[in-house]
Design a protein around this ligand. Structure first.
Ligand code: PEP
Length: 250
């Protein structure tokens, strides 16, 4: 089965609303590739102006986080329904920065996964090991656990439509990319874990991204690996280089 590649920019806490609109304009002529799903995952306050700015471009809109409850007294949080109503289709869940700085656990992420799916959003669920875990040889066990808990009580039909981003923490924002073999090994293990939970059909359909210092120079090799269906891109998504990543074959 050939899976459509998905390349998502994670803008993190960068770009004010007016800067965000400028960035969309700068990237617009560069990110044309109908063979790839392109997603901008933007800060919450940028969602409304970016939704307007990308109209008609084919680029899809994503959020970087959301809360697991429907509504109510959760000051400062954003609900799935709010995202959906503003035109968001994808939501990054469980990014390592949320796990590390905001204490998000696998169980929290599972709640958010279910809430996103219930509201018609597609989760991009992040997983990945620290350098210490890699050196201890426990990368695959660790990532498998993140997936098993993250997907608890999610049906096969729903799981098939989700996206998993394998992002080794030591490669995020460090300029130190995993080799394509290292990335392929873990992305294949991610798919195998999904196969064990849901069977072959879901494992073949689900898209697994690699993230961690992807740039215009390494994207083609990474995305050419059999189990890597695109990338989650931080730093380079804020630059013209993102156009090279989206057109990685060129
Ligand atoms: C990320 O934050 O998801 C990421 C992969 O960042 P970078 O591309 O900057 O390493």
């Amino acid at each position: 089965m050939s899976r459509k590649k998905i390349i998502a920019g994670n803008w993190k806490m960068n770009k004010t609303p007016s800067e965000a609109v400028e960035l969309v304009k700068t990237l617009a002529p560069l990110v044309q590739n109908p063979e790839v799903d392109v997603v901008y995952c933007v800060p919450a306050i940028d969602i409304v102006p970016v939704a307007e700015a990308i109209k008609g471009s084919g680029v899809k809109l994503g959020a970087e986080n959301m809360y697991c409850e429907d509504k109510g007294a959760y000051t400062g949080e954003i609900s799935a329904a709010m995202l959906k109503d503003a035109g968001v289709q994808y939501v990054i869940l469980g990014h390592s920065e949320r796990r590390e700085y905001f204490g998000e656990t696998n169980a929290d992420i599972n709640k958010k996964m279910k809430q996103a799916i219930r509201n018609g959003l597609t989760p991009i669920m992040c997983c990945g090991e620290t350098l210490e875990q890699r050196e201890q040889g426990i990368t695959i066990d660790f990532v498998r656990q993140q997936i098993k808990v993250g997907y608890q009580d999610i049906t096969a039909e729903d799981a098939a439509k989700t996206v998993i981003a394998y992002e080794p923490i030591w490669a995020i924002g460090t300029g130190k990319t995993a080799t394509s073999e290292q990335a392929q090994e873990v992305c294949a293990a991610v798919r195998q874990c999904i196969r064990e939970i849901y069977g072959d059909a879901v494992a073949e359909e689900i898209r697994v991204q690699y993230g961690g210092s992807v740039n215009g120079g390494n994207a083609a090799e990474l995305f050419g690996m059999p189990d890597i269906d695109g990338g989650l891109v931080g730093g380079a998504s804020l630059k013209e280089d993102f156009g090279k990543i989206v057109n990685y074959k060129g």
